[in-house]
Design a protein around this ligand. Structure first.
Ligand SMILES: NC(=O)c1ccc[n+]([C@@H]2O[C@H](COP(=O)([O-])OP(=O)(O)OC[C@H]3O[C@@H](n4cnc5c(N)ncnc54)[C@H](O)[C@@H]3O)[C@@H](O)[C@H]2O)c1
Length: 252
């Protein structure tokens, strides 16, 4: 199945590296105009140059609702609305697993803000224009941690990703009448950034072998494996699929 996004505009958060970068590059390669957003401006510029001239870079903190509103206003006021929103910004923000007694309110709230509230604010800001055009695709990136448990034991991460899956289902029902689909990709462990590299090293040879042995396809995934699932949900081919969570983890 090949996907074509000519004439579509895709906004991707967390596009400075990892999955978000792969998703931005994949959309641009298939004809979309891409609005790549992140807080890391240098890395974001690299994404934009990899994706080519169809991609523009925008510094955006997804926890800043006012900034999201301003960007949405600029986009809809200037050269067209956003057709496809991918909420990929997230992660554990450098936190590690600790007993719950040691988790501060700030640690707890920071992970919720980026993984859950950000997806809500972006959807809230961009859905009105999607409704007017009677077309929209929202794809949220959760995690296996949102369906089961966090391998690293980070309570807020598992909870926020589970919440983001709930938000996906709820918005699918709210927005479906306007031909807007809302779906979710739940990746398994992928070595895609310095945090996952550290986690991989910490597993040791035995832990690494066990992780791979527990994957049906006996290999780790890549950012492109995740981007491919996003391309499907964003495509015309997925026009009657909404509120779904697709595990992209090599099979468990
Ligand atoms: N790599 C994995 O193993 C894995 C597994 C399951 C789920 N995920 C999820 O996939 C998504 C992408 O992960 P990744 O592995 O590509 O990680 P990553 O760290 O490479 O990408 C996350 C991006 O989000 C950006 N970001 C963080 N806070 C932000 C904010 N407030 N506003 C805007 N951007 C912000 C970061 O700068 C970074 O570029 C995350 O939501 C993560 O939770 C990753």
């Amino acid at each position: 199945m090949s996907f074509n996004f000519d004439g579509r505009t895709a906004l991707v958060t967390g596009a400075a590296h990892g999955f978000g970068r792969a998703i931005a590059v994949a959309f641009a390669a298939r004809g979309a105009r891409v609005i790549a957003c992140d807080i890391l401006e240098d890395k974001l510029a690299e994404t934009a140059s990899l994706a080519g001239e169809a991609c523009s870079a925008h510094r955006l903190d997804v926890t800043d609702r006012a900034a999201i509103g301003r960007l949405a206003g600029e986009l809809t006021g200037a050269d067209g609305a956003v057709d496809i929103l991918v909420n990929c910004a997230g992660g554990v923000l450098g936190q590690v697993g600790r007993p719950l007694e040691e988790i501060s309110q700030g640690d707890w709230e920071a992970i919720f803000a980026v993984n859950l509230s950000g997806a809500f604010y972006l959807s809230q800001a961009l859905a009105p224009a999607m409704k007017r055009r009677r077309f929209g695709r929202i794809v949220n990136i959760s995690s296996g941690a949102g369906l089961g448990i966090s391998l690293t034991g980070i309570q807020a991460y598992a909870s926020a990703k589970a919440g983001q899956i709930g938000l996906t289902r709820q918005l699918a029902h709210e927005l479906g009448a306007w031909n807007i689909t809302v779906n979710n990709v739940a990746p398994g462990f992928v070595r895609s950034n310095p945090t996952t590299e550290r986690q991989w090293e910490a597993m040791g040879e035995e832990g690494q072998a066990k992780l791979i042995q527990n994957i049906a396809l006996k290999r780790l995934g890549t950012p492109d494996d995740i981007a491919n699932a996003v391309m499907f949900f964003a495509s015309e081919a997925a026009g009657w699929i909404s509120g779904q969570v697709l595990s992209v983890d090599g099979g468990k």
